[in-house]
Ligand binder design. Structure first.
Ligand code: ADP
Ligand code: MG
Length: 256
């Protein structure tokens, strides 16, 4: 969404301007322009190797761009390390699981809220006795309809539920922009629909930018989609527009 001058509107969570990344001779991400506003639900699709994960790594600061800019909540963060970007209100999930399987759902969330996850295990008193932390963790679980399962050890949850709890951990920092890289990867079709329902029920003010391979999940969660192909953004629009796009069909049929 742009105004008539083509400039991003005020209040954007994320603006990418001509964003590029070369790995040696390989142009993995090529001149991407993209905008995400509060409450947007935007999908990124494209064949394997299209540059989707590299794009996320540029947004989160895992890689620095070789060209262009990343603006987060109005600030040019292009050269910033990840932790500074996170503090502005951005969160992401990781493909590798970050849960403690023998702790309960609530204990995992408590640790995320407390920010203990990066610290040494110095426990002066039971973490549950920190009232603010407990209340915050419980409120988060209530929001995502997990309060009734708070005392279940994470290892007893289904794989799909564990993936949902990983997203809850990302929400512990109160992000305004959430980046999800293939949230339904490795899930059964039933678990994928549950994941889609879970994502649809998240706070409507939260902006979500989501890479997703499973089209049923992508189309049922997002309002608009950007299509990457060989590092370039080749099509962007509503889900209806993308569904009927000849260009997108060509890419997916391998004739593009
Ligand atoms: N760290 C890296 N070093 C060199 N090449 C990379 C690196 N990461 C990704 N690539 C290459 O960049 C291209 C885009 O990869 P990637 O962003 O992972 O695609 P996608 O997530 O869309 O499948 C691929 O050709 C990949 O091999
Ligand atoms: Mg990828």
């Amino acid at each position: 969404m742009k105004d008539r001058t083509g400039a991003p509107k005020d209040g954007a969570c994320l603006v990418l301007q001509g964003l590029s990344k070369k790995f040696g001779g390989l142009h993995a991400v090529k001149g991407i322009d993209l905008e995400v506003y509060p409450g947007d639900r935007k999908g990124i699709i494209g064949p394997n190797g299209a540059g989707k994960t590299t794009l996320f790594n540029l947004i989160t600061g895992v890689f620095l761009p070789t060209g262009g800019k990343v603006l987060l909540f109005g600030q040019n963060v292009s050269g910033w390390p990840t932790h500074r970007r996170t503090k502005l209100g951005m969160a992401r999930t990781f493909q590798i699981t970050s849960l403690f399987p023998k702790l309960t759902v609530l204990e995992n969330v408590l640790l995320a809220v407390q920010g203990l996850r990066q610290m040494k295990w110095v426990m002066w008193r039971p973490i549950k006795s920190y009232r603010g932390v407990y209340e915050k963790a419980y409120a988060l679980l209530e929001q995502v309809a997990y309060a009734d399962r708070k005392d279940v050890e994470v290892r007893h949850l289904s794989h799909g539920e564990q993936r949902q709890i990983e997203i809850v951990l990302a929400l512990a920092s109160d992000p305004r922009l959430l980046l999800l890289d293939e949230p339904a990867a490795g899930l059964s079709s039933g678990e994928s629909s549950e994941m889609a329902a879970f994502l649809r029920n998240l706070d409507p003010n939260l902006a979500i930018l989501m890479i997703e391979h499973d089209m049923d999940v992508a189309f049922s969660v997002v309002d608009s989609i950007a299509v990457l192909h060989y590092g370039e953004l080749v099509e962007e629009g509503t889900t209806d527009h993308i569904r009927s796009s000849a260009k997108v069909q060509e890419i997916y049929l391998g004739t593009g």
